[in-house]
Design a binder for this molecule. Structure first.
Ligand SMILES: Cc1ncc(COP(=O)(O)O)c(C=O)c1O
Length: 263
């Protein structure tokens, strides 16, 4: 979220501001919280990809009124199936969320409103309880890989990910930007290196949101990013050697592309 654009996007219908700590990088929460505070609008953090990340020393998820986490298996803290959680210091929101996840029961057999069956399986909770203790160690390993990638790729014609100096990202994804992204992706694939595109279609151009009336060109930064982004492999168990192999493959593909362009 670009805080400079936030003010202009607020209307009388704005009920909440929802920054996403995308790829494990904390959003720039200082100015976002300041604007939200001035306007009296609650901030709900999407920390689904950022378990353990810090913004100015504080863990994300506790900066807004509510923080939301996903425990989808591929996340930095993933269950062995589906799971998620919200955190809040607001007793009323906490009570309502507890009721909503359990068919709207405020106490057993008393339903104050229609809710959902969103209780987390005990099995998933047990898995997460064990994995939570490893989270910081795993996030440090990701950070080490990200740091190696950045030093190995910094002089290549690809844009390496930046982040706010006073934040500690947790590198859910390591996403570079480059021209000829699809060609680079297929060259890496030929070498057995799997990459990802997060995400090929920006939200405003998803068919599900047609009814909002957005058109191509409406969010040019997201659109350009969707054409240029490429997520390189990153996970805690990766070895330094594997990071090097990927970086070298990117370097080779980039030099081939350059030779082709100048030929
Ligand atoms: C940024 C972000 N927000 C929200 C979600 C949704 O999480 P879940 O699928 O657990 O509901 C995800 C997971 O894919 C995500 O990456």
């Amino acid at each position: 979220m670009d805080p400079a654009r936030l003010k202009a996007a607020i209307t009388p219908r704005t009920k909440a501001i929802l920054p996403v700590h995308l790829f494990g990088q904390p959003a720039d929460m200082g100015p976002i919280l300041e604007i939200a505070d001035q306007r009296g609008i609650p901030v709900i953090e999407d920390a689904a990809q950022a378990h353990g990340a810090r913004y100015r020393g504080r863990r994300v998820g506790q900066l807004g009124v509510i923080g939301c986490f996903s425990f989808y298996p591929g996340k930095n803290l993933g269950a062995y199936g589906e799971g998620g959680a919200m955190v809040t210091n607001d007793a009323q929101f906490a009570a309502r969320a507890r009721a909503l996840r359990d068919h709207g029961q405020s106490r057993r057999y008393y339903h104050d409103e229609i809710g959902y069956n969103y209780r987390m399986d005990s099995f998933q909770a047990a898995v997460l309880d064990i994995k939570l203790k490893k989270l910081d160690e795993w996030n440090s390993a990701r950070a080490e890989h990200a740091c190696s990638y950045s030093s190995l790729l910094k002089d290549l014609p690809v844009k390496i990910p930046g982040y706010f100096e006073d934040s500690t990202p947790v590198w859910h994804c390591y996403v570079i930007e480059c021209d000829g992204r699809d060609r680079l992706r297929s060259q890496l694939s030929d070498l057995g290196i799997e990459t990802g595109i997060h995400y090929p279609v920006p939200i405003h151009l998803q068919r599900a949101y047609d009814f909002l009336g957005h058109r191509p060109g409406g969010f040019p930064v997201s659109e350009e990013f969707s054409r240029r982004c490429l997520s390189l492999p990153i996970y805690p168990e990766m070895t330094g050697e594997q990071v090097q192999v990927v970086a070298e493959a990117v370097a080779e593909a980039a030099s081939k592309a350059k030779a082709k362009a100048t030929a």
